[in-house]
Design a protein around this ligand. Structure first.
Ligand code: CMC
Length: 432
């Protein structure tokens, strides 16, 4: 810990306050303001732009340099050389597994892939056309009603079992959401298959015919899952931590993360990118939409552009851009009108002063939606795939928080701007 301190002085007088400065292993120092509330002050930071809400050893992002590390490993190396379950192990336990640990971990996850059979019945309570994210929030939350044997969150072994269950069951539930939506029977998970192959099998196989996943598509989906597995203290992860800080059931906490992820400014962006491309429809209309994105009076934003933290290139976007080309080549879809439109839009926006000055670059979701669509995954399932990938990040962050002896229930304060105290008037005396 650094010895550095900052001193807060007040223009209206009053005692200056000395605050310690904490240093992490990487990244900017943070001012430790914990003592301020005892002195009667709070800090004001809407959107938490200047707030480090917790210590963490899981993920590191340098937004200016475009760096993303999981447990110290650069995302590019993991996306090229690792597989998703290995990344899950790394995020959860902090180290890469050896061969024996990896085999055991994969087998344990496989053991947990089925969901309780009674959960099948919950689906029929939803309309067929319900958004799969709406069903996901309900179904993952409902897991909390089934797995009572390991819910002592103070017990690390119980937390681990909940983590295995979540990693294993979320893909099964995700595929069930799709099958229910299109009116096909649910396909049970297959232990002979790998994690990603099994997910594609549950999505696309039917009882009438088997499904042979294309290895190029399996690899592409594996990369999408790795790239989306964790992203530091983003909105949904902070939601999971906040929900978990009160000691809530882990399945309910993850359901709260799914609810937060659904928003178009967060995980809903890949779906919003495709909706936007379809709305633009033709290269000739790009200019008109760029003008809308730049106009102060118009709330329209170019979906898939910009990031709260990456003010340079999103490192995940570059990997996803390459993957996008691989998948479209493999499927012979290079002439796909939507993909051509996306590339044209990307080029025009990257040369536009408005986007250059604000450092607005394509983010990972600009490309991931196109890849998933090419793989035959419908638009309304894109955020579900993101939730599937991010489940491990949420679980690892939740696990870390519960194990942190300094963790407290999250309870922000506010800058109150409402009425001062006033007297209640009976209805008969109001408006006189
Ligand atoms: N299109 C047009 N203008 C934009 C965009 C955009 N996509 N993003 C930011 N701006 C402008 C914004 O209007 C503001 O302009 P000005 O300074 O003139 O007022 C400036 O850029 C800074 O914007 P901001 O709202 O302060 O930036 P932020 O860091 O709060 O927002 C963001 C980040 C991701 C919410 C935003 O860029 C956005 O809405 N992007 C589109 C949605 C999207 O693609 N989201 C996925 C994020 S990646 C997935 C993930 O990691 O969750």
């Amino acid at each position: 810990m650094s010895e550095a301190k900052v001193t807060l002085t007040f223009s209206h007088g009053g005692e200056p306050i000395e605050l310690p400065v904490l240093s992490g292993t990487l990244g900017p120092d943070v001012i430790d303001i914990r003592s301020l509330s005892k002195r009667g002050y709070f800090t004001y930071d809407p959107g938490f732009l200047s707030t480090a809400s917790c210590p963490s050893s899981i993920t590191y992002i340098d937004g200016d340099k475009g760096l993303l590390f999981y447990r110290g490993y650069p995302i590019e190396q993991l996306a090229e050389q690792s597989d998703f379950l290995e990344v899950c192990y790394l995020l959860l336990f902090g180290e890469l597994p050896d061969a024996e640990q990896k085999a055991k971990f994969d087998a344990t996850v496989k053991d947990h892939t089925m969901v309780h059979d009674q959960m099948n019945r919950f689906f029929t309570g939803f309309r067929r056309d319900a958004h799969p994210m709406a069903i996901m929030v309900g179904m993952v939350g409902a897991l909390s009603a089934f797995y009572h044997d390991s819910l002592d969150i103070a017990n690390p072994r119980h937390r681990e079992i909940s983590a295995f269950r979540l990693i294993a069951k979320v893909p099964t539930i995700a595929a069930m959401c799709y099958k229910y939506n299109i009116g096909q029977p649910f396909m049970y998970p297959q232990s002979r298959l790998g994690y990603v192959d099994n997910f594609l099998y549950m999505m696309f196989a039917t009882p009438c015919g088997d499904y042979e996943p294309n290895p190029v598509l399996v690899r592409a989906l594996e990369r999408i899952l790795i790239l989306h597995a964790d992203h530091e203290q983003n909105a949904s992860t902070s939601t999971v931590r906040l929900a978990g800080s009160s000691g809530s059931n882990p399945f309910a906490c993850i359901a709260s993360g799914i609810a937060c992820l659904w928003g178009p400014a967060h995980g809903g962006a890949n779906e919003a990118v495709l909706a936007m491309l379809e709305e633009i429809g033709d290269e000739s209309r790009i200019g008109q939409y760029l003008e809308r994105a730049k106009s102060k009076g118009d709330s329209f934003r170019l979906m898939g552009f910009g990031h709260r933290v990456y003010k340079n290139m999103d490192p995940r976007a570059e990997i996803m851009r390459r993957t996008c080309h691989e998948v479209l080549d493999e499927l012979g879809l290079n002439d796909d009108p939507l993909f051509k439109l996306a590339l044209k839009l990307e080029k025009i926006a990257l040369e536009d002063d408005y986007f250059i000055q604000r450092k607005l670059y394509p983010n990972v979701d600009f490309y991931s939606g196109i890849v998933l669509r090419a793989m035959g995954i419908p638009t309304n399932m894109l955020t579900v795939i993101f939730a599937l990938a991010r489940t491990i990040g949420w679980v690892a962050q939740w696990h870390e928080m519960i194990g942190d002896p300094e963790a407290k229930i999250g309870r922000p304060r506010q800058l109150y701007q409402g009425n001062k105290m006033r007297e209640f008037l009976p209805l008969s005396e109001r408006g006189e």
